[in-house]
Write a protein that binds this ligand. Structure first.
Ligand code: HEM
Length: 537
């Protein structure tokens, strides 16, 4: 009787056949990765561009199967990376929409972006039932986890804080920050009262610092307006801007978006947001938390820092104290505000200054603007000049100039939405959980709306349309329920920056040119140029 030899264990079998199994595993893995890549789901997006014919075949299959449905899926349009991240990208986006209409899917930054034709702006941006703003913003910021807390109210809490806090207090808020911009002009030439030229090489930094100072005051209060807190706000605003991917077009990381976002998220959170906000700014607030609740009895139109408004709202109604978790929530909401309020305004201010610094624009507009400023500036009983929200509102020509810069600077995307269900957009069916956004440059220039980007700085003054007013043909501040709640403050700030620069200095642009650093992201990346400024008498 022969005893049956024990069957080899799995590990033995693997050991015996290891070369064959290994090779087959590797082949299978590569095949799976390859298929994922072809379907735009894998990490190596750079490689995708090299397999156009195969991708087209897959896309064809996708379209023929969906043609059985009553609605078509939007076509995927692949724009080669070098075109997509250059000024030629705009022509490619326009061509795609001219060819297909309504919606095209343009893969970018490792995700599928549903790009909308201008005719769908109103429906998509204002229909809060079919489209979610919160999900789109947190997705774009790579911060979906923020929706895990407090029933996913993070974005609406930031939005409400600004909308409800700012509206009745706008006048008081502008009174608080106007001196910051008046004094800030001195930073440009180190307060040298000379007639020699000063070179300003980093205008963004200057505008960013002024806006950071003003937001330290508005969010935390005067007591906290120190150089250290300003620096911390600036660093935090930049870190969150990086989280949102604002520099991904210009970063080397754009070739590996998934690795980029991991690296950026970790470094922004660990090296900046935690040490410079949570470990530096937040402990000061914790120490003073009782003092912060004293503003509870202030009149509804008086200045109360944003943090105090939140602290009052979240204090325990019985003990009147602010508990630790609620305190943390208030500071986190304020962090959202730091990002929303500083970076974008600085970028818009730089665009406006660079545009007006060009000799041609100065010849056309500056004389009239300066006359408007002299006519409207207020003077107190001691002869001191100052600006209020009312006098700033009267500057219709400056307001128009700013709106026109915002219209014509060539934004790709300003407002994002996430579909909450399958939705019909024109002839296409867009699936649930898709990131959709109008292609803004087209909205702002389309013949149906304007017929081009030709710059007409005072057209909005003639038409009596203020810069803060969103419309289907102007979405620099978004539209509908989620339109930027800080836009009145933002426009006042940009006005103050421009007035204090061009009233105090003669400004020239070296070579009469500025450089558009990222033509496909003019929303979040400021242009660069060297200003030569001479103090005016
Ligand atoms: C020129 C500067 C600014 C521009 C161009 C701008 C633009 C925008 C846009 C396009 C949106 C999205 C709207 C939508 O999708 O419909 C938005 C949202 C928002 N903005 Fe502004 N904004 C600016 C300044 C400010 C300021 C100064 C504040 C605060 C004081 C602010 C607070 C917010 C908030 C709270 C939201 C919504 C929620 C969020 O994104 O966290 N913005 N802004």
């Amino acid at each position: 009787m022969t005893s049956a030899s024990p069957s080899p264990s799995l590990t033995q079998r693997l050991a015996n056949h290891s070369p064959t199994i290994t090779v087959s595993l590797v082949i299978n893995f590569c095949l799976a990765l390859f298929i994922l890549e072809m379907r735009e789901a894998g990490p190596f997006s750079a490689a995708r561009q090299r397999f156009l014919p195969l991708r087209k075949l897959l896309q064809f299959k996708q379209q023929t199967s969906s043609s059985k449905l009553s609605s078509l899926k939007p076509p995927i349009v692949y724009i080669p990376r070098d075109i997509q991240f250059s000024a030629k990208g705009h022509a490619a986006y326009n061509e795609a929409l001219n060819k297909h209409g309504d919606v095209v899917i343009i893969p970018r930054h490792g995700r599928m972006e549903y790009v909308l034709e201008h005719v769908h702006v109103r429906e998509v941006l204002t229909n809060t039932h079919n489209y979610s703003f919160d999900k789109a913003v947190t997705n774009m910021l790579h911060m979906e986890f923020m929706l895990w807390f407090n029933n996913g109210t993070f974005i609406s809490e930031v939005d409400r804080l600004v909308a409800e806090g700012l509206t009745p207090r706008l006048s008081a808020y502008v009174d608080e920050i106007a001196p910051i911009f008046e004094n800030g002009a001195g930073d440009l030439d180190g307060n040298k009262l000379s007639d020699t030229k000063t070179e300003v090489t980093d205008l963004y930094h200057w505008a960013h610092r002024l806006l950071a100072r003003s937001m330290v005051k508005l969010i935390l209060g005067d007591k906290y307006l120190t150089p250290a807190n300003t620096e911390d706000f600036m660093a935090t605003a930049i870190a969150v801007a990086r989280l949102s991917g604002v520099y991904e077009n210009t970063d080397g990381w754009r070739y590996l978006p998934w690795l980029w976002s991991l690296q950026t998220t970790l470094s922004a959170v660990l090296f900046t947001i935690v040490p410079r906000y949570f470990l530096s700014v937040v402990p000061q607030l914790w120490r003073d938390r009782k003092e912060r609740l004293k503003n509870i009895d202030r009149p509804s139109n008086a200045f109360v820092p944003f943090f105090d408004l939140l602290a009052i709202k979240y204090r325990n109604s019985e003990t009147g104290e602010l508990g630790f978790l609620n305190f943390l929530w208030c500071t986190t909401v304020c962090l959202g505000l730091v990002f929303a309020s500083i970076h974008q305004s600085a970028v818009v201010a730089v665009w406006c200054i660079m545009t007006l610094a060009k000799q041609k624009q100065q010849d056309i507009y500056l004389g009239e603007l300066r006359s408007e400023w002299e006519e409207n500036i207020q003077i107190d009983s001691n002869g001191n000049q100052f600006w209020t929200v009312e006098s700033l509102k009267r500057l219709k020509k400056l307001d128009s100039f700013i709106r026109e810069v915002m219209r014509s600077k060539g934004d790709t995307f300003t407002s994002l939405r996430y579909t909450t269900k399958d939705v019909q957009i024109g002839k296409y069916l867009v699936p649930k959980n898709s990131l959709v956004s109008p292609y803004v440059k087209r909205v702002h220039e389309h013949p149906d709306n304007y017929g081009g980007a030709d710059f007409d700085g005072f057209q909005w003054a003639r038409k009596d349309v203020p810069a803060v007013q969103g419309r289907h043909d102007f979405i620099a501040f978004g539209l509908g329920r989620w339109a930027c709640p800080g836009r009145h403050l933002a426009i006042s700030e940009v006005k103050l920056i421009m007035i204090n620069l061009f009233r105090n200095f003669d400004v020239a642009l070296r070579g009469d040119e500025f450089h558009v650093v990222d033509p496909m992201n003019t929303t979040s990346v400021a242009p660069e140029g060297i200003l030569e400024i001479t103090r005016r008498n």
